[in-house]
Design a protein around this ligand. Structure first.
Ligand code: NAP
Length: 277
């Protein structure tokens, strides 16, 4: 059996679906087992004692951190629970930059990767670029036709979370022990270009309303993100070109091309439906 943390999320949800589709026994871990609407698999509370009991392998992730120290603390308890349960294979959803960077994000990411690497359990680290699913933040504005877009001209070779999940599934079968692949999609697009593609897929013109970085920062602060996290996110996004160029890892590991943003948009078009649709 394979335990999947973040099972209701963009990547974890795909990991559950892909494993279940091939008949692999799965335990979906969530904070709200009662609200599960995914495939017919075993579901358990991620924080419950025994959440990893009987699991051969585990997919681990933490949600976006909103308080300093939160991310390694949360992951530390997940790793301990998995190790104590005798899990034999760990796959961590990390970030493109891995442990690099001397800001708070670099510290957290390094601490998280180290927790897994030093766990004594065979591991795989996944280092994906920007997720296509970030575009879901645009859904509530699509009806207006005018969509606020932050960091609108920063290009990234974004990736479909389903492709990240497909690589995770390989890691969970013990195929990528000790590997830390950097995962991107097949093309470099700015958010402005992604919005244009989304409009074409939805068949409606979408106009970008560009948000300047100060306004993005104010929005993050208002949402409760710690100031040092806001500073690090803004500085990295403005000054760091990592992840802008497509890399071959997904094609090499999966034996097929990674999905394009347009593929993702078509598959998720219903998420952008408006009351008028
Ligand atoms: N977005 C990107 O562009 C990007 C790029 C590279 C790497 N990453 C990394 O990928 C991870 C996010 O993956 P994802 O998009 O699959 O996750 P996600 O969909 O945002 O969240 C996964 C699950 O985590 C739980 N969760 C959400 N907020 C939480 C909170 N505050 N505290 C505890 N649990 C919470 C929720 O599950 P339940 O409610 O069911 O418990 C949620 O379904 C992060 O570690 C991020 O750094 C993201």
């Amino acid at each position: 059996m394979i335990a999947v943390v973040g099972a209701t999320g963009h990547v974890g949800g795909e990991v559950v679906a892909q494993l279940a589709a091939t008949g692999v026994p799965v335990r979906a871990l969530t904070r709200r087992p009662d609200g599960w609407t995914g495939p017919a698999v075993e579901v358990a509370d991620v924080a419950a004692f025994g959440a990893f009991a009987g699991a051969r392998a585990a997919f681990l992730m933490t949600a976006e951190p909103i308080v300093p120290g939160g991310r390694p603390e949360v992951l530390g308890s997940l790793v301990r629970a998995a190790v104590d349960a005798g899990v034999e294979q760990l796959v961590l959803l990390s970030v493109f930059s891995g442990s690099a960077g001397d800001d708070v994000l670099g510290y957290w990411n390094a601490a998280c990767e180290t927790l897994v690497v030093d766990s004594g359990v065979p591991w795989t680290l996944l280092r994906p670029g920007r997720f296509f699913s970030n575009a879901l933040a645009w859904a509530r504005f699509v009806g207006d036709g005018s969509v606020p877009v932050g960091f609108a001209r920063r290009a990234a070779a974004g990736i479909d979370p389903a492709d990240v999940a497909a690589v995770a599934v390989r890691g969970l079968t013990g195929d990528l022990v000790g590997a830390a692949p950097r995962l991107t999609g097949p093309e470099s697009l700015t958010p402005l270009e992604e919005l244009r593609v989304l409009g074409e897929v939805l068949g409606r013109p979408l106009t970008a309303c560009e948000i300047d970085p100060d306004a993005v920062a104010r929005g993050m602060l208002a949402g409760g993100t710690a100031p040092e996290v806001v500073d690090a996110v803004v500085a990295r996004t403005l000054h760091d070109d990592e992840g802008a160029e497509p890399l071959p890892a997904v094609r090499t590991l999966l034996g097929r091309e990674p999905r394009r943003f347009a593929d993702w948009a078509r598959a998720h078009a219903t998420a952008f439906a408006t009351p008028a649709d």
